[in-house]
Design a protein around this ligand. Structure first.
Ligand code: 26Y
Length: 818
């Protein structure tokens, strides 16, 4: 059998070279004697893609033969970044490709830069999905990712005069070699219309008569595992006009308008919503969600029916993972298909649904939970609304038996919210219908149990779990920090840590070894040099490699407190300015780096970006300050920028007010790369402390249980003085734009300071001073750096995925034979 052979493709450098040239000539249609970097990248990526496709076919064939239980990961967002380097590394042929390219006069690293980011997501949740796919493939799990193929990914951030401007990210402009359009894998997705009662086989049935049909077309993106032949699929759906067109318009001669109308179908998958907090109840967003859910469930059910004819076996073969509430309409959709199309009765359908769904929440605040206005749902998906009402009715009846007529509790737990705008609470729907609900860190789990989902936890404690997030060491060390990767392999004497990251603990015994320390410092310095060059190209600013590179990169949010960072920088600047020469000599030089996007409608976040720029102008242009302090804003932060910045950071900041960051995964990437953390005891940091010890990071700020009291009491006087001074500098127009910053300053006034910048300021400055002090002793710092990386094993997405597989999905590895 071909599936058991090693395949058609040869992977020696000579064959790869021929293959690249072949693609340049015939796929890219450029002469093999004359092509530029971008064309070389295209030829190269098509050659890599051939190898992916072969393994992917073998994997799919193997899954089909074995017919294991599969997990389907449903997510509206994926931040995949670039694919080339990751693919050649996971395929195990990076060196062969590098050699093949060298002989052609190209460099692999340079060509990799030609690729744009696939940014089909906003932030943490979306990058987590990408990391988890890598782990699912690597650990040989029979898994499928489903998502939407937005034509416009997350907006590009353009900074003009310090202000953020949003530009569309038409990422498919130059083609996308990493996807395969499946013109034959299409499903009709229906909207609007009415529900009528009909007699079907002598039984009264509710029948949905939809009024609009759109076609979903599959685009498959192969996801290769590392150290395995297994290559799984991320299937993204694009909307296309349906062939079931409106004959009437065509017959009445309004041909042009009929075609234009048809074309509007494509808008469903055209643009990613760029907000990761506020839900606006927009029709297009709801259409996207249902479009995604309907196409995915049709595909999943089709695959099941290919091999099975009894739906009672569905839960033994299918696990559906809801990545937050965004795909929660899948619950109503599966109920509808089972009842209306497959003719199961309610109880049988319900029994199946309750066994297949699990739900991960990434949210901390009850206010952040998604709601769907009933009017909107009723008009777009009338039958689904009925089903959700029925689910709720039965749930409420059961609940009354358990908790009695406690109306306030019943109304809190109801799936339907009777407010000014009657709405469906997507989280309640997801909890009621899932067998498992999980948070993403230990602290998050506590918040879920005691606050966000307290009522549900008391009812079904056994449903609730937590799965501490993780990131993939393949992308975040092997791809983005190759020299650290080689160094780790050398000292551990094995590459096995790339699949079994717990082995990193082996570095602990060498943490004080002078030779490792020397080599570790060298690797870090070269990475800093790379980052410094990038900064110089971006801003013309030359930064000193002896300075501490201090980084905060993530979405801009008030709760993430970039403002605290900037106020700290102003304080540092103010102190340095007022120092005498001898004190200045003791200052540890810093390069402060901030990056991140603000949601387009989030005014305060945009002001924070502008503030960062005006403060940077002031500091960087003060020759008196020189190398002692620099501030850089890195524009258009994305996955590729993170890959460059993280390996070059000495210190990274994770400043969320305790109780606001569900987990945070950026810190894990820094940790793996030997960057020290300055952080609050929030989200995953609490577990990071358990792994590396509080002596190896700089902790500050109010603890979770202190936050409510502090909010009532306001900041104390001592803090007030330092804090008030820096806020006053902004208010007084020291940095210009006095009026513009007024509302920003108002957010941290004593009585309004919801995120507690004022009360945490003193403790923040102390942690910063401790970091300065530690940096002076470079050997000690390096030891802490090695211990950070050595303790990062728990934060691999391999561990997370294994826990999901065993405790939530009940699936087993299904490894494709070589
Ligand atoms: C409904 C819509 C407005 C919406 C869109 C995106 C709502 C939420 C989101 C995304 C949320 C998100 O990214 N949450 C983050 O998930 C990470 C992975 O679990 C966590 O590490 C991080 O703390 C959390 O903020």
């Amino acid at each position: 059998m071909f599936a058991l052979m090693d395949g058609f493709q040869k992977n020696d450098p000579m064959s790869l070279q021929k293959d690249i040239l072949n693609h340049v000539e015939y796929t890219v249609a450029r002469s093999r004697f004359s092509f530029d970097d971008f064309e070389a990248y295209q030829g190269l990526s098509h050659s890599v893609r051939d190898r992916l496709i072969e393994r992917w076919h073998d994997t799919q064939l193997h899954f089909k033969r074995e017919d294991p239980k599969r997990v389907y990961f449903l997510s509206l967002e994926y931040l995949m970044g670039r694919s080339l380097s990751n693919s050649v590394i996971n395929l195990g042929i990076r060196d062969e490709y590098a050699e093949a390219l060298n002989e052609l006069g190209f460099e692999l690293e340079v060509l990799a830069e030609q690729e744009g980011d696939a940014a089909l997501g906003n932030g943490g949740l979306a990058r987590l999905s990408a990391c988890q796919l890598d782990s699912l493939a690597t650990l040989d799990y029979p898994a499928w990712g489903y998502g939407l193929r937005y034509q416009y990914g997350l907006f590009r951030q353009l900074i003009l005069d310090g202000f953020q401007h949003e530009q569309p990210d038409y990422w498919l402009n130059f083609g996308n070699p990493w996807e395969i359009e499946r013109v034959h894998v299409t499903y009709p997705v229906k909207f609007y219309g009415t529900v009528e009662e009909e007699l079907v086989d002598g039984r009264k049935s509710r029948v949905w008569i939809p009024a609009e049909t759109v076609e979903a077309v599959a685009y498959d993106n192969p996801i290769p595992g590392y150290g395995t032949r297994n290559t799984i699929t991320l299937r993204l759906w694009a909307a296309k006009p349906s062939d079931h067109y409106d004959m009437e318009s065509y017959n009445t001669g309004d041909y042009i308008n009929a075609v234009v109308d048809r074309q509007k179908a494509e808008t469903i998958s055209s643009v990613l919503y760029p907000d990761d907090r506020s839900h606006q109840g927009k029709e297009l967003r709801l259409k996207q969600q249902y479009f995604f859910v309907s196409a995915s469930t049709q595909d999943i059910i089709r695959r099941f029916k290919d091999a099975h004819d009894n739906f009672d076996e569905f839960p033994q073969k299918v696990a559906l993972q809801l990545n937050d509430t965004h795909p929660s309409l899948a619950i109503a959709e599966i109920m509808r298909v089972l009842i209306d199309e497959e003719n199961l009765d309610w109880d049988r359908a319900w029994g199946i649904v309750c066994k297949i769904f699990s739900f991960t929440t990434h949210t901390v605040l009850a206010e952040g939970l998604e709601k769907i206005p009933v009017d909107l749902l009723g008009s777009l998906l009338p039958r689904h609304l009925e089903i959700i009402y029925d689910i709720n009715f039965k749930f409420m009846e059961d609940l009354k038996k358990k908790v009695g007529l406690d109306y306030s509790r019943l109304s809190r737990m109801s799936i339907v919210e009777d407010g000014a705008v009657k709405s469906i609470r997507s989280a309640n729907l997801s909890i009621v219908c899932s067998h498992t609900v999980n948070g993403v860190s230990k602290v998050h789990f506590e918040l879920l149990k005691t606050k966000v989902f307290k009522d549900f936890y008391e009812l079904w404690p056994e449903k609730f779990q937590y799965k501490t997030n993780g990131v993939t060491q393949r992308r975040w060390i092997v791809v983005s920090n190759p020299s650290l990767c080689d160094l780790i392999t050398k000292w551990l004497g094995t590459e096995a840590w790339i699949r079994n990251v717990d082995l990193l603990t082996g570095l602990r015994e060498y943490a004080t070894d002078a030779v490792l320390q020397q080599e570790w410092k060298m690797v870090r310095r070269v990475n800093k040099m790379r980052l410094a060059e990038y900064i110089e190209v971006l801003s013309g600013l030359k930064v000193s490699l002896d300075a501490m590179f201090d980084v905060q990169i993530k979405r801009i949010h008030e709760y993430k407190r970039q403002l605290l960072n900037i106020l700290g920088i102003i304080h540092r600047y103010d102190c340095i300015k007022n120092m005498n020469e001898s004190d200045r000599r003791k200052v540890v030089p810093r390069v402060c780096i901030i990056g991140g996007k603000a949601a387009p409608g989030y005014e305060i976040a945009k002001k924070i970006i502008k503030l960062c720029h005006v403060v940077a102008d002031k500091i960087n242009n003060n020759s008196d300050i020189g190398d002692l302090l620099k501030l850089v804003f890195i524009p258009d932060y994305n996955v590729s920028v993170a890959e460059l910045v993280i390996p070059g950071a000495d210190l990274s900041q994770h400043l969320s007010t305790a109780g606001h960051e569900a987990s945070g995964t950026g810190s894990m990437k820094f940790l793996m790369n030997g960057c020290l953390l300055l952080a609050t005891a929030d989200g995953s940091t609490v577990e990071i402390i358990e792994e590396i010890g509080s002596e190896n990071l700089f902790l500050f700020g109010a603890k979770l249980d202190e936050v409510p009291t502090l909010r009532e009491r306001g900041p104390n006087m001592k803090v007030n003085l330092q804090f008030a001074r820096v806020v006053r500098m902004i208010r007084d127009g020291y940095f210009g734009f006095q009026d513009y910053f007024e509302s920003l300053c108002d957010t941290v006034e004593a009585d309004k300071d919801f995120y507690l910048l004022g009360s945490d300021f003193g403790s923040y400055l102390e942690a910063q001073a401790a970091a300065d002090k530690a940096f002076v002793d470079q050997d000690k710092w390096t030891e802490m750096s090695i211990l950070s990386a050595a303790g990062s094993g728990r934060f691999s997405s391999d561990r997370t995925i294994q826990e999901y597989a065993e405790k939530t999905w009940g699936i087993e590895a299904c490894r494709c034979p070589f």
